[in-house]
Design a protein around this ligand. Structure first.
Ligand code: FAD
Length: 482
């Protein structure tokens, strides 16, 4: 009666229906993780591998504390599962749904392929997006009515799932497992990639780290979330995204605790409401991914297939390295490289800069984010990039082009965020006069030691805002004509 518990994007023991179901069975449970690049919706980027490596170690430690061990395998998931089923005489497999269309299709055939019952739970999203439909039975393409429907289902309430009326603690003990060494199942995973460990020490991957983050956020962050979440200088947001992406904490638990906190502090109700809506954007992104499984490659709005993108390797490289001359863009891109993260407002500005000011195909920027974000998410990254570029569902209108200078003035008024990531950025920004600000950016933004081309006297702003803006609008007009 052995059960295999197959961990995927659900690397936790608490608030986990699959864990609960297996433990209730009372029979031996074998926990396994399989790294299968062929099965993945898309192979992980380097920063995600960094995270996954640590998250798996953390899960293994939690299991060891309960007398079990995580089996980590690599290669074809199907072949590995078949082998493992034979080795441990498993009669049942339990997993959590990832809502990645490629894996959903695999899951649909899994029980047949393995010859044992397979149970798949939703522990990843507030609600199964495929169940949220318009009155006509169609999927939503616009966020606000989707969100309303989600609320109507009671799904975007942390306590809605009966299990979370009180959160599920992690099991104190693990039922009998198997002797990994006796089976010759040595951990087979060494995740390679660029080692950023120095800058990444701001993170604690794993379930404990996720809960610490949530507590810290509720202690200080929720207050002011509604008015100030767009301010990168204030560190207001939760930074839970990588923990949610790898399922180290459930979105229900996050919401449940935020609701309990706000219930005790009624002044936080607007902040809670905004936070709940942001969490629902995550579900909405998965809803969009269901509609377009190739969201990382295919324009959601096919009209954008005719967009005359520019081929500009030098521009792409300057953007990646944070050497555009626009301090908010450069600070964001350097925050990304150094810490594997970027504030949401700055992500919007950087993505807009690439796809509009540089007129480079959004897919090239999305791929860079995919490789460098610790929270790189198969749904949120692609849906957000398409949203910014104008090609996405419910997208920002293409002609609304962020001005990176005024965005900086508005959201980083004293330059504190930019100073943190761009050396030499020490001058006080005076006033809101754009002309002054542009001059400031051009004259004082100091790339010392960063860009050889700048020290040789090349123009410091990679493109002029007004010129680039007009070029983007012309390209859009041409696209619409074609
Ligand atoms: P909070 O403001 O504390 O929000 C709480 C949680 O809600 C987040 O952790 C996240 O899970 C979810 N969330 C918040 N905003 C969004 C959003 N707009 N879309 C989807 N989910 C959201 N988010 C990712 O998780 N992975 C990505 O790969 C990703 N790529 C992005 C790329 C671009 C170009 C843009 C504009 C946004 C992207 N986002 C992505 C969305 C958003 O920027 C991050 O979720 C957010 O910055 C994470 O910070 P936080 O945890 O402090 O968010």
């Amino acid at each position: 009666q052995t059960t295999i518990l197959w961990f995927r994007s659900d690397l936790r023991l608490q608030d986990h229906e699959g864990v609960e179901a297996t433990l209730n069975s009372g029979s031996p449970v074998v926990p396994v993780y399989i790294y299968d690049e062929q099965l993945a919706q898309r192979p992980l980027g380097a920063a995600s591998k960094w995270w996954l490596d640590r998250s798996l170690r953390s899960l293994d430690q939690s299991l060891r504390a309960r007398g079990a061990r995580l089996i980590v395998l690599k290669g074809s998931a199907l072949a590995q599962l078949k082998r493992l089923i034979g080795q441990v005489s498993a009669t049942r497999l339990i997993a959590s749904r990832t809502f990645e269309p490629k894996i959903d299709a695999f899951d649909a055939q899994l029980s047949k392929a393995l010859g044992i019952p397979v149970e798949i739970f939703n522990t990843h999203l507030l609600s199964d997006p495929t169940q949220i439909r318009t009155g006509d039975g169609n999927p939503y393409k616009v966020f606000t009515p989707f969100y309303r429907a989600l609320l109507a289902r009671g799904a975007a309430r942390g306590h809605a799932r009966k299990a979370l009326a009180t959160p599920w603690p992690a099991p104190a003990e693990w039922p009998e497992s198997v002797d990994i060494d006796a089976l010759g199942l040595k951990p087979a995973l060494t995740l390679s990639g660029h080692d950023w460990s120095e800058g990444f020490d701001v993170w604690t991957p794993g379930e404990d780290g996720a809960h610490q983050r949530l507590s810290a956020f509720l202690r200080s962050g929720l207050k002011g979330y509604a008015p100030d979440r767009d301010r990168p200088d204030l560190d207001i947001t939760s930074r839970l995204s990588p923990h949610l992406r790898f399922g180290e904490i459930s979105p229900h638990r996050v919401l449940h605790e935020a609701e309990a906190h706000a219930a005790a502090h009624p002044a936080l109700s607007d902040d809670l409401e905004k936070f709940r809506a942001e969490l629902a954007w995550r579900d909405f992104s998965y809803n969009i991914l269901q509609l377009q499984p190739e969201l990382d490659r295919v324009n959601f709005k096919s009209a954008f297939d005719a967009m005359p993108w520019r081929d500009d390797p030098a521009g792409l490289r300057a953007w990646q390295r944070g050497e555009t001359g626009y301090s908010l863009v450069d600070a964001g891109m350097r925050q990304l490289w150094r810490t594997g993260f970027m504030h949401n407002r700055v992500r919007m500005v950087c993505a807009s800069f690439l796809s509009k000011h540089l007129l480079i195909d959004w897919r090239q920027g999305e791929q860079w984010f995919w490789d460098t974000l610790v929270d790189a998410d198969p749904a949120s990254n692609t849906a957000s990039w398409q949203w910014v570029a104008g090609s996405g569902a419910d997208a920002a209108p293409y002609f609304r082009i962020f001005n990176p200078l005024t965005q900086a003035e508005k959201f980083d008024p004293k330059g504190a965020y930019r100073r943190r990531f761009v050396s030499g950025f020490t001058e006080k920004i005076a006033g809101a006069a754009s002309a002054h600000h542009q001059k400031f950016e051009r004259d004082l933004f100091d790339f010392a030691g960063v860009s050889a081309s700048n020290s040789k006297g090349a123009p410091r702003l990679i493109v002029d805002h007004a010129v680039a803006r007009q070029r983007a609008l012309d390209a859009y007009a041409q696209m619409k004509k074609d």
